[in-house]
Ligand binder design. Structure first.
Ligand code: FAD
Ligand code: FO1
Length: 448
């Protein structure tokens, strides 16, 4: 057994049987370092049956635009080519994923369906529909977290300080090297049309108003190059430079991690290999492992992860007590979207996101907290922040985003601070605080 048994979670009570195995790839869109694919092949070899990967191309997934589908589909095209070299076909289905997958599986013998873990509501619904409708063994494998989300904790954690000891204790059991995939000896029993990238890009019915980004090449190869460059040139100074939006101090890996084109476990293995533990390595692994896996914990155990209802009790009380506070400035979604507030720093951050599909992590906090301050209600602020984040950020529609925005607006994973208008006890950030942290004028000059 190469895949740790506690990564595997049965989605129904049907036993696998000797018939072809399917890996329904969704969150972890990669061939290498993918526990779900490794498990699917391990079972297919044990059963002596063919193996195929199915990717269901959903229309307008959570409002995603051409920016996101372009990056994703180019990555899936590389997955198809890499799988072909292993004699494993990639079968592309278009339309409603759960419906199209059920239709596909019901039309042919399948002995086991494997899928990957994703705490988002929409994914849970897809999995429930598929596992409930199919007379086939369905299992989920957590290939996204180093310590599987369901294993790290059985409940919503209060914050990094409560999940950190649980994850740290379990890391030695899970942070191990990946075995290699084998060339699959049992051919898929029917012809599979080759993946036609241009056809798929042209065929996507999606909002073209947000165009593809330049400078970030999709796919596993580009992800590993980005990782190598970060480790070689920038990891050393991560601790000093990561909160300076004018310095290229963060890794920039989030788009590849979001689409699963890069495994966080691979990142941790390579970082751990290269350098003795330094403050920068510690700080980076805290974000990559603790903060990222805390976000999955939040979305998995809190079904209101993108709503005010998802706030902790003190956060909700805070909202109620300050709902009538006078807002000095009020903007609607369109004004925020155009980056036309009174604050040049906020506008510059918004424009960086619209243009580049990314925003520096420190400014994401300031950006969201100002939307809270300049919106009529917290509920509207949440909707605006999530809407803009998921429309423009290449790494949007991710548990990290929902947890990040809930942290900014409702104190999720944070503590209470001194009371003030509108924010109440939620941590406050302001322009002068930014000026103390970095060269605001320079950032505005570059992005304004
Ligand atoms: P690095 O600093 O190099 O960190 C490496 C990796 O660690 C990141 O790629 C990410 O996977 C993880 N990580 C880093 N910071 C955090 C964090 N605060 N919470 C969870 N994981 C983290 N991240 C997204 O992936 N998608 C989003 O849509 C998103 N929206 C956010 C919105 C707000 C309001 C806030 C405050 C944060 C948001 N984040 C989001 C989290 C974080 O800002 C980004 O993951 C990070 O800036 C990405 O840049 P990087 O890869 O260079 O990060
Ligand atoms: N997952 C799929 O299985 N099919 C899709 O068509 C799909 C589109 C998509 C577009 C943008 C985006 O950010 C994510 C998308 N995902 C899709 C889901 C993604 O793989 C992740 O699982 C979640 O977004 C993060 O949990």
């Amino acid at each position: 057994m190469t895949v740790h048994p506690s990564r595997i979670y049965a989605l129904n009570h049907i036993q696998e049987h000797p018939a072809p195995v399917i890996y329904w790839m969704s969150r972890d869109q990669r061939v290498n370092d993918n526990w779900a694919l490794l498990h699917a092949q391990e079972r297919a070899l044990a059963l002596g049956v063919p193996l195929a990967v199915v990717f269901t191309l959903a229309p307008a997934f959570l409002g995603a635009t051409l920016r996101h589908y372009g990056f994703m589909v180019r990555g899936v095209a590389q997955v198809a080519a890499d799988l072909a070299r292993l004699a494993i076909p990639l079968i592309l289905l278009r339309g409603n994923p759960a419906e199209e997958l059920c239709r596909f599986v019901l039309g042919r013998p399948v002995g086991l369906l494997v899928t990957d873990f994703d705490p988002l509501r929409i994914k849970r619904r897809w999995r429930e529909q598929v596992a409930g409708q199919l007379p086939v063994a369905c299992v989920e494998v957590d290939a996204h977290n180093i310590v599987p989300c369901r294993v790290a904790s059985g409940k919503q954690e209060f914050g990094a300080y409560t999940i950190r000891p649980k994850i740290r204790r379990l890391l030695p059991d899970f942070l191990d090297e990946f075995p290699s995939l084998k060339i699959h000896p049992f051919p898929w029993p029917e012809p599979v049309p080759p993946f036609d990238l241009q056809r798929e890009l042209a065929g996507i019915a999606v909002d073209h108003a947000v165009g593809e980004v330049t400078g970030m090449l999709p796919g596993e190869v580009a992800a590993r190059e980005k990782l190598g460059e970060f480790i070689a040139d920038r990891l050393d100074d991560y601790n000093e430079r990561r909160n300076d939006p004018c310095a290229d101090g963060q890794s920039g890996l989030s788009p590849w991690l979001h689409f699963g084109q890069l495994s966080a476990q691979r990142v941790a293995l390579e970082v751990g290999r290269e350098l003795l533990f330094s403050p920068s390595v510690e700080a980076f692994l805290e974000e990559l492992i603790i903060r990222r896996e805390l976000s999955d914990n939040f979305c998995h155990y809190n079904d209101s992860y993108d709503m005010v209802a998802g706030f902790p009790a003190w956060g909700a009380k805070n909202v109620a007590e300050h709902r009538h506070d006078r807002r000095e400035y009020l903007y609607d979604a369109a004004t925020f979207d155009r980056g036309e507030t009174h604050d040049p720093l906020w506008n510059a951050a918004q424009r960086q996101m619209v243009r580049d599909g990314t925003m520096h992590g420190y400014l994401r906090m300031y950006w969201a907290k100002k939307i809270l301050e300049w919106s009529p209600t917290v509920a509207e602020a949440m909707a605006v922040a999530i809407g803009l984040n998921d429309r423009y950020q290449l790494d949007g529609r991710d548990p990290n985003g929902y947890a990040g925005i809930a942290w900014c607006m409702g104190g999720v994973h944070d503590r209470a601070w001194g009371e003030r208008p509108v924010f109440g006890k939620v941590r406050y950030m302001n322009y002068n605080g930014c000026k103390r942290k970095f060269d605001v004028a320079e950032y505005i000059r570059r992005n304004g």
